[in-house]
Structures are given as structure tokens and as C-alpha cells.
Ligand binder design. Structure first.
Ligand SMILES: [Zn+2]
Length: 277
């Protein structure tokens, strides 16, 4: 290690020691070592099991294509505005389960324009997804890690963002400073209902869970509903592939979908802002 060594905002997932990097690898005081990938992220996943974790490449690419068309832009804008409102200047924000970084990139851009010093950290369990984040925005500190072993120190984060990812309440509480903020987005009742009508004989509405969260106080919430006008078979197929329905829809129903050229579909979300008690 040389004089160019610097502290990473992530910690060692094994011992939670500080990670120092020389730009190629990161090492903790107990000499646990993690290589930096050539794409710019660190692999801090504890399990050594081979194979793919989380979303596979096809799902990541479908989501990237669909989001790049701006179909979820109204949601991204609101998440971004709330993040600006609730994250202090020069603070630290963590996107826990960032996917391919669509929202993270929006958020980082807004925080960077505001103060240029708020650090944005993001992780996901999918390597394919994290690679996209690193490629898209090198200012974001990215790592491969799991929601139940978040690679951050206790009480070190001002804001945690959680969009449609596994929710690890205790880990989020551990990571947040006292009074820290959790901004969470989940699908609402009518989300993608028209798509489900096409796929299933008896489409169901999403169940909406109780908003109470132990250890947190709800300080703001908002439903964000809008109609998406999908105007190409590619858009419709991308939307389908990024949903869990892609795995459990009979072939016949999938074929019905691929013959479509246009689809007007409801996007329906709920954003919650919680403060750590
Ligand atoms: Zn360590």
C-alpha cells in the first residue's frame, strides 16, 4: 500500500473493520482482502458460493432498457426530491439493494449538484446489476453485497434508500445514525394491473402492507400513480422481463403478450419516509 491509500466508505463484511484501498484492492486491519473489479466495484459478498446471485443479466438488461425509456421517471423524480429534502448536506446516503442504479444515479446527480460532497454508496447482490451502476456513474461507491450483511459501519449513514429490494429492518437500523432517514418505495394495489390482466385469467391486485415499522416513525408518505404508454413490442417485453411474472407465466400467455404493439399500463407506487427512533 502506498501514500495514495484512501479509506473506503464501506467496511469489511467479515469483521466490520475499516477498509483501506490502494485503488486495486481493499484491505481491513485484520488483513481480509477484497479485489476491485475492473468495472470499479468491490465484491463484499460474504458467501463464496459460485453462480449468480440476485437478478440475472437478462433481467438487468430488460430493466435497464425499460427504465432508460423514462417509464418510471415520475417515481424517480419524487424519490429524488424527497432524498434532497431529508438528507443533510455533506452526509452519507446508502442505496440498499440498488439494482442497476437507475434511482441511485438520479439521487447522486441531485445531491452532487446541491453540495458536491454527499457520499452515495450503493450495493446489490447481483454482480451484473452492480457493474451497471459502476459503469453509469463512477462517483457512486459500489459494491456487491447482501441486504442482510450490509457493508457499512454502525450508525454511519444519514439516509437509506430502499426501492423494491429485500428489506432488512435490523440491518437498516444498525446502519442509520440516530434520527436517520429511511426512504422506501413499494408497489401499490394497481401496479401493472393491465399487464396482469393480459397474463392471467384472474389477475390480482397487489396486497398493501401495514406501514408501521418497528424502530421507525413514519414522517411522510405519498402514493405515486401514473399511466405508462408503452408504444413498442420491445418496451412491453422489457417490462414483462423485469417482473417476477417472467418466471411463472405459462408460455401461451407470454405469446399473447408478444403479439401486442401498444399497452397502456398503470404504474402505482407508495413512497414512505421513516425516521429512526
Ligand atoms: Zn476484516
Amino acid at each position: 500500500m502506498t501514500a495514495e491509500n484512501s479509506n473506503l466508505p464501506f467496511v469489511c463484511p467479515k469483521c466490520r473493520g475499516e477498509l483501506i484501498t490502494d485503488g486495486r484492492a481493499a484491505v481491513c486491519p485484520s488483513r481480509h482482502t477484497y479485489d476491485k473489479s475492473r468495472y470499479g466495484y468491490y465484491n463484499l459478498l460474504l458467501t463464496n458460493v459460485g453462480g449468480t446471485h440476485g437478478d440475472n443479466r437478462e433481467m438487468v438488461l430488460a430493466r435497464r432498457a425499460f427504465l432508460a425509456e423514462g417509464n418510471y421517471q415520475p417515481l424517480a423524480s419524487r424519490i429524488c426530491e424527497l432524498t434532497l429534502e431529508y438528507t443533510p448536506e455533506c452526509g452519507k446516503l446508502l442505496d440498499a439493494g440498488c439494482g442497476e442504479g437507475y434511482y441511485t444515479d438520479f439521487i447522486e446527480g441531485a445531491l452532487f449538484d446541491r453540495d458536491g460532497a454527499t457520499r452515495v454508496l450503493a450495493f446489490d447482490i447481483s454482480k451484473d446489476a452492480v457493474r451497471e451502476v459502476a459503469r453509469k456513474n463512477p462517483r457512486i461507491f459500489t459494491s456487491v453485497a447482501g441486504c442482510y450483511d450490509m457493508p457499512v459501519g454502525d450508525g454511519t449513514v444519514n439516509t437509506v434508500v430502499n426501492t423494491f429490494s429485500p428489506f432488512a429492518r435490523e440491518e437498516i437500523l444498525r446502519a442509520l445514525k440516530d434520527g436517520g432517514i429511511l426512504i422506501m418505495a413499494i408497489p401499490e394495489r394497481d401496479h401493472l394491473y393491465e399487464l396482469k390482466e393480459l397474463l392471467y385469467k384472474t389477475p390480482y391486485k397487489n396486497e398493501v402492507k401495514d406501514s408501521a415499522l418497528e424502530g421507525f416513525s413514519l414522517i411522510y408518505d405519498e402514493r405515486v400513480t401514473f399511466k405508462m404508454e408503452l408504444r413498442s413490442p420491445e418496451s412491453i417485453l422489457s417490462l414483462f422481463k423485469m417482473t417476477p411474472y417472467a418466471y411463472r407465466t405459462p408460455r401461451e400467455a407470454q405469446q399473447r403478450l408478444t403479439s401486442l404493439r401498444t399497452l397502456d399500463c398503470t404504474a402505482d407506487f407508495h413512497i414512505f419516509v421513516y425516521r429512526k427512533d
